[in-house]
Design a protein around this ligand. Structure first.
Ligand SMILES: CC(=O)N[C@H]1[C@H]([C@H](O)[C@H](O)CO)O[C@](O)(C(=O)O)C[C@@H]1O
Length: 312
């Protein structure tokens, strides 16, 4: 694929959920099907090895296999894709990055080193080396809500002022003030915020979402983004209901029952019923039982009937 600059990275990007068999091995047949479906739905882009792709829990062989598959299909279809080279270990991440380059992704995602909290000079040094390895492919910095070092707008400014050619970020977002400060970054920068805040986020200057709504149903999420882009007021009304569904039916699994964010992403995919991927997460993380799907699907049908009515 052609390399994307900051302005080319926008819209509704779908994460590649890691399909697992009951023995925790990867179900590659389901993975292929998942990629084919996302391509057929014409999402704005697909990315691998985010949290919901369980990047932190794959062997190097699995990493290569998952991403080779994704690259072959996306390159053939002309679908923009990003490879997640994120890893808690800087060394493993750098090696993943070297191998991912050969797959010709549109961009590459990384996280910050994740054992001892890195200082700003260490962060800049890390990103400088990673950007050199990645060039001419751009880097997107994934700074999740649970990151040990949470980057503020001023930190992104410091990184960009130091000449690090990051093309974008994937962050939890913030209030109006946060959006204002992100708008003032010194270079074009692709700011991606959580999926269920997309209408408001785009209205405040965000470029898109590496989206949890796409976990629920990628086609629904894409049509919502298209409506946001057309400036339709209905897109905001829909956002209210998406957030109602998230708050009432999904957040309690994280807040009250202690499930991981990625458990919820896979659960939402099962609720949306667009793929046969199970709710299972790799050891030792707990996943939400399949038995919960039917009830939440019913609740979702009440709040968001569109999820089950979308057609191309
Ligand atoms: C709310 C939301 O959209 N969550 C999404 C997050 C955030 O984009 C990211 O953590 C930045 O906040 O990324 C994922 O975990 C991922 O990459 O697999 C998918 C998940 O659905």
């Amino acid at each position: 694929m052609k390399v994307l600059s900051a302005n080319g990275i926008y819209g509704n990007w779908a994460t590649l959920l890691l399909p697992l068999n009951n023995d925790d091995s990867i179900n590659y047949a389901q993975l292929e099907q998942e990629i084919d479906t996302l391509i057929a739905y014409e999402v704005d882009g697909i990315y691998s090895n985010g949290t919901a792709g369980e990047f932190y829990n794959q062997t190097e062989e699995e990493f290569d296999k998952v991403n080779t598959l994704l690259a072959a299909k996306c390159n053939a279809a002309g679908m923009p894709f990003q490879v997640g080279c994120s890893h808690m270990s800087p060394e493993i991440s750098r090696e993943r990055l070297k191998r991912a380059k050969a797959l010709q992704p549109s961009a590459i995602q990384i996280i910050l080193p994740d054992w001892f909290i890195p200082t700003m000079p260490e962060i800049i040094d890390y990103l400088k080396v990673m950007a050199e390895v990645a060039a001419p492919i751009g880097l997107v910095l994934y700074n999740p809500p649970h990151s040990k070092k949470k980057l503020l707008p001023k930190d992104f400014k410091e990184i960009l002022d130091a000449g690090i050619p990051l093309v974008g970020c994937k962050v939890p977002g913030g209030d109006e003030q946060w959006y204002e400060e992100m708008k003032q970054l010194p270079v074009p920068f692709s700011v991606f915020i959580p999926g269920h805040h997309l209408a408001t986020g785009v209205s405040r200057g965000a470029h898109g979402a590496y989206s949890n709504v796409a976990c629920l149903n990628p086609l629904f999420a894409q049509q919502w983004y298209n409506s946001i882009k057309r400036g339709e007021p209905a897109a905001f009304e829909l956002e209210t209901r998406i957030q109602q569904f998230m708050n009432d039916c999904i957040v309690p699994y994280i807040r009250d029952k202690g499930y991981a964010n990625q458990a919820v992403d896979k659960f939402m995919a099962a609720v949306g019923a667009w793929s046969p991927i199970s709710t299972r997460l790799r050891w030792p993380y707990r996943w939400i039982p399949e038995e919960d799907v039917a009830l939440v699907r019913e609740q979702c049908r009440q709040i968001l009937p569109e999820v089950f009515n979308v057609t191309k």
